[in-house]
Design a protein around this ligand. Structure first.
Ligand code: URA
Length: 228
C-alpha cells in the first residue's frame, strides 16, 4: 500500500486521461486530472471509496498554503476535526501548532492533512471513540494524499505517527527506531517521520509529557534545518 505506487497510478491515469481501470482504487477514479487543491477538495467531498463516509460527518480534506514547503500527514481526523471539517483543530492539533512554533516552522508555510479523510469511530456511551483505520481503508484513501502531495510539491513531507509513516514509507518502517531522520522516498526531496502529537497527550504524567514534547520539537527542528 505504499504511497509512491499510488502516486504513480494516479499520475499514469491522469497522463492517459482516463478513469481508473479494474483493480485501481475507486478514489483514484475521482481524482481530477491536473487538479488544483480546491478541485481536489470538492471531488473528495463526495468520496465513498470505503465505508467510513457513512459514519463520518464529512470528508476532512487537507488545509494550508498551495505551495507549502512542509506537508504534515497525520492518521485521520478526530472528533473535533470531523465536526469542524478541518484537520488538526482539536487538542493534538493545538499541541502540533505549539511544537511547530517552537521548532521554528511557520504554520503558514505548512500544509496539514491525513492519510484517511474520514473519522473512524465507535460509540462508547455518548462519546465517539477513535478507531484505527484498517489497511483497506488506508489503501482506498491514498489517492487523495498522493494528489495533495503532487499539487503542493512540498520540500519535505513529515509523517506524524506510525500509521502515516507506514502508509507512506512501508510497513517495516519503525517510528521508534527511525524518528527525526531524513529518509529517501519518491514523495518529496526530503521525508521524515516522528510521533503523532496525540501520543504525547496520552503520556501518563507531566514529566514524560514534557520529555516527549521536547523530543517531538527536536524532530520538527530537524525538518526545519533540512529546509535550510
Ligand atoms: N489526529 C490526526 O491524525 N489528524 C487530525 O486531523 C487530528 C488528530
Amino acid at each position: 500500500m505504499l504511497l509512491g505506487e499510488t502516486m504513480a497510478t494516479v499520475a499514469r491515469r491522469n497522463a492517459a486521461g482516463r478513469d481508473a481501470g479494474p483493480g485501481e482504487a475507486t478514489a483514484a477514479a475521482l481524482v481530477p486530472s491536473r487538479p488544483s487543491l480546491p478541485r481536489l477538495r470538492e471531488a473528495a467531498a463526495g468520496c465513498r471509496a470505503c465505508p467510513l463516509w457513512e459514519r463520518g460527518t464529512q470528508t476532512v480534506f487537507g488545509e494550508g498554503a498551495a505551495r507549502s514547503d512542509v506537508l504534515l500527514v497525520g492518521e485521520q481526523p478526530g472528533d473535533k476535526e470531523d465536526l469542524a471539517g478541518k484537520p488538526f483543530v482539536g487538542p493534538a492539533g493545538q499541541l502540533l501548532d505549539r511544537a511547530l512554533e517552537a521548532a521554528g516552522i511557520d504554520r503558514r508555510r505548512t500544509y496539514v492533512t491525513n492519510v484517511v479523510k474520514h473519522f473512524k469511530w465507535e460509540p462508547r456511551g455518548k462519546r465517539r471513540i477513535h478507531k484505527k483505520p484498517d489497511a483497506r481503508e488506508i489503501r482506498a484513501c491514498l489517492p487523495w494524499l498522493a494528489a495533495e502531495i503532487a499539487a503542493v510539491q512540498p520540500e519535505i513531507v513529515v509523517c506524524l505517527g506510525a500509521t502515516a509513516a507506514q502508509a507512506l514509507l512501508g510497513g517495516s518502517f519503525r517510528v521508534t527506531r527511525d524518528r527525526g531522520r531524513l529518509v529517501a522516498s519518491p514523495l518529496a526531496p526530503r521525508t521524515l517521520a516522528t510521533v503523532h502529537p496525540a501520543s504525547i497527550l496520552r503520556m501518563p504524567d507531566e514529566a514524560s509529557r514534557q520529555a516527549e514534547l521536547s523530543r517531538f520539537i527536536d524532530d520538527l527542528a530537524a525538518a526545519a534545518r533540512a529546509l535550510g
